[in-house]
Design a protein around this ligand. Structure first.
Ligand code: G
Ligand code: G
Ligand code: MN
Ligand code: NA
Length: 253
């Protein structure tokens, strides 16, 4: 409970940070977008892991306001990148279930994008399979409306949730993110077969695919050989603050 109070306090004092991890095209290895990732700094210079505080933010309801800020801030910084000449980069933003239950959610997404004058197709909402299974009705309806507006939708950590595949037919999806647990294991084995199956499934459904957690050269080559479109991982870049992202992008020009 103390941690939730501290999170609320730090959020209201604007102490949360948004970092960005580049996503690259596997053929050209050029950056095509980035994922926005929350960071909660501690007083001793470290960070509390999102795996710890996101569940607390969801449970307490803080994620509604924090999530709105994440959308606002990531769109604002995408606007800054546009002004610097990076007019085609995509921004992926993680969305939690309580945000879908918020009646204001769709309006928030539309207004932050409109205010920045960004093409909606440059924003990608990342949702997990468990979100879809939790309340399919709400999620399916919201995603169809947002899709009509023009934003993209990706399934995060694909293959790790307990879910029915029928949602692949009902949801207006654009991309599957192959979970890093399947990407890590590139020697012939179960994980490699699962990675291959996910990429094949994505390709056959007309969805784009991105490999998460690519740390080694061989993993990138293997995913490329499978027909995976993009990659994200320490091999290319770790999540970094916005100022560092700008330098990273300018250096690859
Ligand atoms: O950056 P890191 O690998 O530590 O993030 C761990 C997880 O935290 C991510 O996989 C993601 O699911 C979650 N996360 C990070 N930032 C956000 C955010 O802005 N909103 C939500 N809902 N989840 C996030
Ligand atoms: O939303 P999601 O949970 O997929 O967020 C991606 C998480 O994976 C972030 O916490 C990010 O820090 C982490 N991550 C990104 N690239 C790598 C990588 O190459 N290896 C590992 N182990 N983790 C990564
Ligand atoms: Mn994600
Ligand atoms: Na993931």
């Amino acid at each position: 409970l103390d941690m939730i109070r501290q999170l609320g306090l730090d959020f209201s004092e604007r102490k949360l940070q948004l970092w960005y991890q580049p996503q690259v095209d596997l053929v050209t290895e050029r950056v095509v977008g980035m994922e926005a990732l929350l960071r909660w700094p501690t007083s001793n210079g470290g960070f509390i892991s999102p795996d710890v505080f996101i569940p607390l933010a969801e449970y307490s309801g803080l994620i509604i306001d924090i999530g709105a800020w994440v959308l606002e801030e990531s769109c604002r910084q995408l606007g800054v990148l546009s002004a610097l000449g990076f007019t085609e980069l995509r921004m992926a933003v993680n969305i939690s279930m309580p945000q879908f239950r918020d009646p204001e959610f769709i309006n928030i997404v539309k207004s932050v994008i409109t205010e920045q004058g960004i093409k909606p197709a440059r924003i990608e909402l990342e949702i997990t399979e468990s979100i879809v299974m939790d309340e399919p009705q709400i999620v399916v309806e919201a995603l169809h409306e947002l899709k009509e507006f023009g934003v993209k939708v990706a399934i995060d950590d694909f293959g790790t949730g307990f879910s029915s595949m029928s949602y692949l037919q009902q949801l207006p999806l654009d991309r599957l993110k192959v979970d890093r647990s399947f990407v890590n294991e590139i020697t012939p084995g179960k994980s490699a077969f699962i990675a291959e199956t996910i990429v094949t499934l994505g390709n056959k459904l007309g969805l784009s695919t991105i490999a998460e957690g690519v740390e080694k050269r061989e993993q990138a080559s293997y995913m490329l050989k499978l027909g995976c479109d993009e990659a994200q991982g320490y091999l290319f870049a770790k999540p970094m603050p916005f100022e560092q992202l700008v330098v990273f992008l300018e250096n690859q020009q």
